[in-house]
Structure formats: C-alpha cells, structure tokens
Design a protein around this ligand. Structure first.
Ligand SMILES: [Zn+2]
Length: 100
C-alpha cells in the first residue's frame, strides 16, 4: 500500500495519485531496485519519506526522472514541492506529473 510522502496517509488504489517527479543532484545515487519503494531523507524535515524509484530503462528514466513521490492530495504535493526545491544537495530538478 502506497503512502503519501508528505502526511503518510494511505493512498487508496482506485484514487488518482498526485505525484511529484524528481531528478537527483549529480553524484546522488539510489541503490534500491527498480520500481521499488524506497525511503529518502529530507534534511530540512529531518525525516525519511517514501519514494518510488524509476526503472533503469523506463520511459520516466529516459526523461531524466530518478524518482517519484506519491501524495494523497495536491495540497500535500505542493508542500513537498516547496521543501524539495530547496534541497539542492539532493535534488536537481522537480516536476509535477500525474500518474494513475
Ligand atoms: Zn498527504
């Protein structure tokens, strides 16, 4: 079961998932397996949040997306975007995308 990367609420399968895709800063590697849910540390929140790792040869990866944060609502996504945009040591870029 997927959890919101901001408020940790469970996200129901049938609901549309609001998400934020990120590209890691150079030298930042995530060693977890493709398509798995991992946890990534946010320095400014002093906590780790769930993130989906994109597959090595996936379409997302080819577009420069290393990971996707899932959210229960757009509101949670916007709060996270604020934080992620400031964590420049970890994230190089952040974009809004909708996935189902
Ligand atoms: Zn949430």
């Amino acid at each position: 079961m997927l959890r919101c990367a901001w408020c940790m609420k469970k996200i129901k399968e049938e609901k549309q998932v609001y998400s934020l895709s990120v590209k890691f800063a150079e030298g930042k590697e995530i060693s977890d397996e493709d398509g798995r849910i991992t946890h990534i540390r946010l320095e400014s929140r002093n906590t780790s949040v769930p993130m989906i790792v994109t597959g090595r040869n996936s379409e997302a990866k080819l577009k420069g997306i290393d990971g996707v944060f899932p959210f229960c609502s757009e509101k949670c996504g916007k709060k996270m975007k604020d934080i992620v945009s400031r964590e420049l040591a970890t994230f190089e870029a952040v974009k809004d995308i909708y996935i189902k």
